[in-house]
Design a protein around this ligand. Structure first.
Ligand code: PGA
Length: 230
């Protein structure tokens, strides 16, 4: 089975023109692209094979919430996946309670949710058992009251591995992925400094169903190599 590769562009690139160029080059089968909100319509227009994701969404559909973007709005633009609880959003204030509300909103609208979880280095340095108990705690809170898990994907992203050039050891993330799969019943992605050089090691593990790629998804030639190693 072909694995799932998600490109998380974060707050990049700097112009809509740049986003369209990048989307054209990354429009590959098995790929999901998460551009910044304002580029979604332009990217949607050029994608033929890849599917569209959003990097976040607000749980309420309409109302007095200045600056927010709802799941319903994203769905109307052709978005099929929404990333929820990315550690960069958590660092900016998203609590587990908010992540839980967002997750329910995404699943409630019939979209696929990519729930991000992962421990900080202060936890992981104490070993895999400590990391397991940390991610279990996140899952219990984030999945509270979520009964139908058909459209749920969980991305295991150790916080210390994100954007650091210091990926997890594939055999260790596979142990956590298996653990998370048992608890959540979801497909599990690995994220954190995935590159063309290491992608095959993560994608080759049966416990890991795909990868969430940040930095390397801004370099289309490298991104293509990652996709071809799936
Ligand atoms: P990275 O980001 O690949 O740049 O480490 C991954 C992510 O934040 O999802």
């Amino acid at each position: 089975m072909r694995k799932l590769i998600i490109a998380n562009w974060k707050l990049n690139p700097g112009t809509e023109k740049g986003a369209v160029l990048l989307a054209r080059r990354e429009d590959l089968a098995g790929v999901v692209i998460a551009p910044p909100f304002p580029y979604i319509p332009a990217v949607a227009k050029v994608l033929k094979q890849a599917r569209l994701a959003a990097q976040d969404a607000f749980p309420v559909s309409q109302g007095a919430y200045t600056g927010e973007v709802s799941v319903a709005q994203l769905k109307s633009m052709g978005v099929q996946y929404v990333i929820v609880g990315h550690s960069e959003r958590r660092a900016l204030g998203d609590t587990d309670r908010m992540v839980n509300m967002k997750l329910k909103a995404v699943l409630g609208k019939g979209l696929k949710a990519v729930l991000c979880i992962g421990e900080p280095w202060s936890v992981r340095r104490r070993g895999l058992t400590a990391a397991k108990s940390f991610v279990k705690g996140q899952l219990m809170k984030d999945l509270k009251g979520v009964r139908i898990k058909k459209n749920l994907i969980v991305a295991y992203e150790p916080v210390w591995a994100i954007g650091s050039g210091r990926p997890d050891k594939p055999n260790e993330s596979a142990v956590i992925a298996e653990f998370v799969k048992k608890i959540s019943g979801a497909k599990i992605l690995y994220g954190g400094s995935v590159t063309a050089g290491n992608a095959a090691q993560f994608l080759g593990r049966k416990e890991i169903d795909g990868v969430l790629v940040g930095g390397a998804s801004l370099r289309p030639a490298e991104f293509k190599k990652i996709v071809s190693s799936s």
